[in-house]
Design a protein around this ligand. Structure first.
Ligand code: AHM
Ligand code: MG
Length: 339
């Protein structure tokens, strides 16, 4: 990552507004999300002392058991974003359907989607987790948006970001003019820019995948990863290293920092659902961030940001990161499909 002049998130957003790249409502929206993420960061950081670890005893629409922190993070984001007047509606991994902003509050022109606590299987073992979010425009003339109004391809996102709650808390953001990183100064309580215009190296020798699913992958994925593992002795002619945190935010953050590729491909276990990761609040925001950093993101068969969503909780295969390596994986899929 390139070091940056250490300006605050607030100053960065005001400069973007003065440059005509965002309006005041979007600036406020991002500030509110960032403030909510600071609150989540405090809860995550307290760990066992805050009584926030463990299962909530409930499940979400995806049939996944919710952790206490999944529920806490969702509530923090919902409350923070309800009353600012910048949003028309919200949708979350943890809610069956989207919610329009209540009648009691003023409504704005944006739609916010989020995964309040991604990687939550890692909470109880004190490994990095994060929040992922995506901002869309509410279609013209719609004042009380329903799920169908959120079903816009990733190319229409006006902002995407994630926060990683790791050794330090970082917010990584794009409004379509590069990808920038901000580190939380815990004493001051502000996000301070620590990397501007992040560029993911085009080539890499590092990949991230859950290898335990290997036998369930489609043939082109099996062949591609087998060639990576063959290293110098195989057709790729170089050795590859592997990392898997099982927190997409942490794995993507490593890729933004030093390059690499991340895969959650289709496998026999999740084929009926279309994949494991969710398009609207995981794959799309991450793909926007990665593309804005010079990387690429694909389903293996289509540019991620061009997928036309059909459901709020739709799942997709995900391949993203260093653009030449994503292109290699896509090539294996294309060759397989042609044959
Ligand atoms: P979550 O949103 O329920 O936490 O699930 C998404 C997470 C990603 O962060 C991560 O890449 C993946 O699931 C890990 O899956 P697995 O446990 O199969 O390795
Ligand atoms: Mg998630």
């Amino acid at each position: 990552m390139k070091p940056a002049k250490p300006i605050s998130l607030t100053r960065y957003l005001i400069e973007e507004q003065h440059a005509g790249r965002i309006n005041a409502d979007l600036r406020l929206l991002i500030e509110v999300v960032a403030r909510a993420c600071k609150t989540i960061s405090m809860s995550v950081g307290k760990g066992a002392l805050g009584g926030v670890l463990g299962d909530a005893g409930t499940g979400n629409i995806q049939g996944e058991a919710q952790k206490k922190l999944d529920v806490i993070a969702n509530d923090v984001l919902l409350e923070a974003n309800a009353w600012g007047g910048h949003l028309a509606g919200l949708a979350s991994e943890e809610m069956d359907h989207s919610q329009p902003i209540p009648d009691a509050f003023q409504r704005g022109n944006y739609l916010l989607l989020f995964d309040p606590l991604d990687g939550s299987s890692n909470i109880d073992v004190n490994i990095s987790v994060g929040t992922i979010f995506s901002v869309l425009r509410c279609p013209d003339g719609v004042t009380s948006p329903g799920d169908e109004h959120f079903l816009q391809p990733g190319t229409t996102q006006v902002c995407a970001g994630y926060t990683t709650y790791g050794p330090s808390t970082m917010l990584v953001l794009t409004v379509g003019h590069g990808t920038h990183a901000f580190t939380l100064d815990r004493e001051v309580g502000s996000f301070i820019m620590t990397a501007r215009d992040i560029q993911i190296p085009a080539d890499t020798k590092e990949f991230a995948i859950n290898m335990s699913n290997q036998r369930h992958w489609e043939p082109p994925m099996q062949r591609y990863v087998a060639d990576l593992l063959a290293g110098k002795d195989g057709p790729r002619g170089k050795d590859f290293n592997m990392r898997w945190v099982a927190s997409m935010v942490a794995d993507v953050h490593r890729i933004l920092t030093r390059g690499g590729v991340f895969f959650y491909p289709l496998d026999a276990k999740c084929r009926d659902k279309g994949g494991k990761l969710r398009l609207m609040y995981e794959a799309n925001p991450m793909s926007f961030i990665v593309e804005q950093a010079g990387g690429a993101a694909s389903t293996g068969r289509q540019r991620m940001l061009e997928v036309q969503p059909t459901g709020l909780h739709q799942r997709v295969p995900v391949m993203l990161g260093s653009r030449n390596e994503v292109a290699e994986a896509v090539r294996y899929h294309a060759e397989h499909d042609r044959a």
